[in-house]
Design a binder for this molecule. Structure first.
Ligand SMILES: Nc1ncnc2c1ncn2[C@@H]1O[C@H](COP(=O)(O)OP(=O)(O)OP(=O)(O)O)[C@@H](O)[C@H]1O
Length: 208
């Protein structure tokens, strides 16, 4: 198991957002967390990805408790990739410069491989406002992958895209997962089920 969460409960002040949730992910699994608005998808994803500490519960990455990880910043930079609904590319930098900003090894030949794999090699010297929404999100995916993380977390990664572009992104996630990267996404889009290994439904803070 690459990721395991046990008994995750989370309160925002006095409001219960997650109620005793268990979750596991295997290496190379593509998992979607779906469910009604306000059900707890983003909260669960933020907790699984170490961005938010749960009120109660335990998390393990490759068997090691999050609480035992000494350098959480280095852990996040090396082992985890993040993708959000909005790409958050820097407008003053080209796509390639944006990606190098995030890269630990700026000269890695892997950067070229990723551009090719994500189908955006032709636009790497363009600025974010010169490319399409789908291309921007692909650039954000390259950035998330640049340090070869073991897990990618994506919160509504296609929330801003039409269905054609969304399907292209899901195809890309599927092929990445087949080459061993674990992909965990929170989404409203149930069409994702055509691509995933597992769907988890979160409603009223519980997994159905
Ligand atoms: N920062 C916060 N402070 C207080 N309450 C919050 C906060 N973030 C989320 N909540 C509450 O926690 C519950 C779960 O929210 P969450 O954002 O995890 O759901 P979601 O399924 O991702 O929703 P959506 O699909 O609308 O993004 C909701 O009742 C929400 O109002």
């Amino acid at each position: 198991m690459i990721l395991e969460a046990r008994g995750i409960t989370h309160y925002y002040k006095h409001d219960l957002a997650l109620d005793n949730v268990d979750f596991t992910a295997k290496k190379g699994e593509f998992i979607a967390i779906v469910g009604e608005s306000g059900g707890g998808k983003s909260t669960l994803l933020s907790i699984l990805s170490s961005l938010l500490r749960p009120t109660l519960g335990e998390l393990f990455f490759e068997g090691k408790a999050y609480a035992q990880i000494k350098d959480i910043d280095a852990f996040r930079q090396k082992e985890i990739g993040f993708i959000f609904q909005f790409h958050y590319l820097i407008g003053y930098l080209t796509v390639l410069e944006n990606i190098k900003l995030a890269a630990i090894d700026k000269k890695s030949p892997y950067i070229d491989t990723l551009f090719e794999q994500c189908g955006i090699e032709a636009i790497k010297d363009k600025y974010p406002d010169e490319i399409s929404g789908g291309q921007r999100q692909r650039a954000a995916i390259v950035r998330a992958l640049v340090n070869a993380p073991k897990i990618i977390f994506a919160d509504e990664p296609t929330g801003n895209l039409d269905s054609h572009n969304s399907q292209n992104i899901y195809e890309l996630f599927k092929s990445l997962s087949q080459s061993g990267t674990t992909i965990i996404i929170a989404t409203h889009d149930r069409n994702v089920s055509a691509y995933t290994d597992k769907i988890i439904e979160v409603t009223d803070g519980k997994i159905l």
